[in-house]
Design a binder for this molecule. Sequence first.
Ligand code: NAD
Length: 502
Amino acid sequence: MDLTTLERLPMWVGGRPHSPTTTRYGEVTNPATGEVIRHVPYGNAADVDAAVQSAAAAFPGWAASPPLRRARVLMRFRDLLDRHRKELARIVTQEHGKTLADAEGSVVRGMEVVEFATGIPHLLKGEHNDSVGTDVDSWSMRMPLGVCAGITPFNFPAMVPMWMFPVAIACGNTFVLKPSERVPTLSLRLAELLQEAGLPDGVFNVAHGDKEAVDALLAHPTVRAVSFVGSTPIARYIYETSARHGKRVQALGGAKNHAIVMPDADLDFATEAIIGAGYGSAGERCMAISGIIAVGDVADALAAKLAERARRVTTGPGDGTDVEMGPVITCAARDRITGLIDRGVAEGASLLVDGRRPTIPGHADGFFVGPTLFDRVTPSMTIYREEVFGPVLAMLRVPSLEDAIGLINANPYANGAALFTRSGHAARRFQREVEVGMAGINVPIPVPMAFYSFGGWRNSLFGDLNVHGVDGVRFYTRLKTVTSRWPDDGSAAPGFHMPLMG
Ligand code: NAD
């Protein structure tokens, strides 16, 4: 089915498109043009229940299938993702706005989690001990949970859902995805590709919607685990509500990622890295750099280089030629970001590059904000305290590495942080002392590869386990430890006391 020509999207339940009962629909826009391109259903409790029941019905058969068979479905899915990655990227760009190259990169990052999950027979291996007591053996097994739910944000329509469901279903669970209502189409295409790969009907379902659908998932007694990625206030709500309903939960929240630049850093390298990490995907990445901390006397030279490069960033539609930065997601996001820039000016930060109201030929109605750079920002300013989630870099000046690390450690968000330096001593000190989940040394966006786990600290993650990698396998399985004995000597006797030795 060519999903992009549909006026109203279906859900995906039981291995086929599903017409929901809801009468509430929301608009999906192309942010580069401002046009409404289709409508997405806002599912109600009955619609969510249909998806959960489908996943529950598929669970026993899928959980009983050998992990190697599950892995082979994922191997075929991986090949289909690879074959269709340009087509998938076009859907991402049409609804999100990021450039085609960046969208394709995000599909590949998701594909890498699928590649990781194909190792599931190895990853599910338990521990085994021969003779934990006389004629007694013991071993552990990682068992699937049942129906798992994923609730995802607008900024990575392909990658973030693929942080979750490949690992969940490899472990033998079934899945209901509630994608962002701003970028709903890609999830349906993933469902089609999973089916083509041989995934049994009902193992993967898509329930579209907004808060009503999310609340129905959180309260549903059959849903065993909830994975969430989005903003911090909603992450906290998801964590608390899921826990109240007795569910396992991991809820990843917002971010404010810093790059420290030391006086000994390669300034040309650091400038290019920070520009890409700050303005790539219009700053709408949870690992985007938003705060630059210039240490000592590097500040003036760094500010000049950043400003010169920021002015040369080409902004335009994500499918345009040579475009480096696309629009932001909605008209409301554009107005919010522009308002935050106004506040920065009003509060006394020095605006070196002003991206408010850029002119994009042929795209007067698109939701564009140009690259914006502030210098002499202080920690009390709104532009520093709030998550901007747009193409705005804010530079702070501090005297020492200690002060720079102190600033990062005092921030309520703690996803990622990067250090630019030529000093091994400074790098080692940073890697040990910085209190964030993901640290980069001369790497501006230190996103862990699929075989590591992704997650932040403090307000950037509520829960105990990160996504994908070994933490993902732990999150989507529960541990069973078996102790066994096979007596055949007729030596049965009641055991009234705890065993003493052996
Ligand atoms: P969001 O929190 O508004 O929405 C995320 C999901 O929650 C969506 O599916 C949405 O439908 C649902 N939702 C929204 N409001 C809700 C409510 N009141 N009750 C229940 N559910 C609700 O986030 P967004 O705007 O889509 O995404 C941007 C945010 O996501 C940013 O804060 C960004 O930092 C964060 N993010 C974090 C990571 C990470 O790894 N930590 C990754 C990507 C994005």
